[in-house]
Structures are given as C-alpha cells and as structure tokens.
Design a protein around this ligand. Structure first.
Ligand code: ADP
Length: 178
C-alpha cells in the first residue's frame, strides 16, 4: 500500500481533513447513509450550496465530483462524488467507481489539499460488493498518489468493522504482490 494512504476506523464527519468526500447521489439533494450523516453534521449551509449546484448544473453525473464548503464540519471542504449503483457488475460499475475516486482526487490536487478522507463509496445503499470495492479504492488511490504530489495524505475512513478488515486484507495482499 502507498505510504501516503491510511486506513482508519471512524466517522467521516469528525475528520479534520482539508476535504472529506461524500458518497452523494446525482441529485446532490441529500440522501441516507454517509450523505445524511454529512448533511446533519454540516448544517443547512451545505444543503443550500448543494441546491444551488443542483439548479445551476443539474446535479452530478455518476463517476464525477463537485466541491463545496463544509458548513459546520471540522473539514474545510466537501467533495461530493457519485458512485455507481451495483447492477451485477456488467454495467461499467468498476470503471465508474474508479472514476469517482479519481475525479475526487483530481479536485483535491487542483486545490492543493494536503489531506482528503474517503468513505467506502457505493458499498452501502448502492450495493457494491465490499471486497471488490475495497480493491478498486486501494488500487485507484495508490496509482493516483504515485503520479501526483497532492493530496499528500489520503485517509480511508471505515465506518463498519467489515470494511476496515477488507481494506486491511487487500492492502496486505497488494504489498505481497509488490
Ligand atoms: P452509497 O449510496 O454510495 O452506497 P452509503 O452512504 O449508503 O453510500 O454507504 C457508503 C459507505 O459509507 C458504507 O460502507 C457505510 O457503512 C459508510 N458510512 C455510513 N456512514 C458513515 C460515516 N458517518 N462515516 C464514514 N462512513 C460511513
């Protein structure tokens, strides 16, 4: 695993990163899971900003990412990205999930953010199998870090024990491979 990547267990709304990533839906108007938790913790300023973005650009397509302020969160910014809904794996889900990570990282690099925290995108309500998603997250982030100086640190924030275990397992396997 890349030395600038950390796997941690916790609640992403509490992370003091330059940016935290929201697993949003394409309307940008809020939802359940981590999206709901981020909006609850950030307060109404975040929803107001998301509503403006939804009106001006019609939301956010799957695989893309947009940046907002962070309201009352300890982070400085929120990067909203939309992961794919799992439909069996034959609908480009893997590429779209990698794009969600890559486009979020690209925004962080453009803004010279030192730290960015990710949840396990698509692995909740969107149903992406957790082990496959963990492998894509680790591979995509590691590749990006090899090619870019920013963000300097990436935190993978696991809310549940299973995601934490899978990330650790996959990171050890990729270390074995080299
Ligand atoms: P999606 O719709 O992209 O599947 P979800 O929010 O349903 O998004 O779930 C994505 C992941 O976020 C899940 O693994 C879930 O356990 C995790 N999650 C939920 N709440 C939090 C939180 N407060 N901090 C970090 N991760 C969270």
């Amino acid at each position: 695993m890349h030395s600038r990547l950390r796997i941690i267990q916790g609640d992403i709304t509490r992370q003091q990163a330059d940016a935290i990533v929201n697993a949003a839906n394409s309307s940008l108007l809020g939802g359940g899971g981590v999206d709901g938790a981020i909006h609850r913790a950030a307060g109404p300023a975040l929803l107001a900003e998301c509503r403006q973005l939804a009106a001006s650009r019609g939301g956010c397509p799957t695989g893309e990412a947009v940046l907002t302020g962070a309201g009352n969160l300890p982070a400085r910014a929120v990067i909203h990205t939309v992961g794919p809904v799992w439909r069996g794996g034959g609908q480009g889900e893997a590429e779209l999930l990698a794009s969600a990570y890559n486009n979020s990282l690209r925004l962080a690099a453009e803004h010279r953010f030192a730290t960015i925290a990710f949840p396990a995108i698509s692995t909740g309500i969107y149903g992406y199998p957790k082990a496959a998603a963990a492998a894509i997250a680790l591979r995509t982030i590691s590749q990006f870090l090899q090619q870019h100086d920013y963000p300097q640190q990436v935190w993978l924030v696991c809310f549940d024990e299973e995601s934490y275990r899978l990330y650790r397992q996959h990171s050890e396997q990729s270390d074995d491979v080299g």
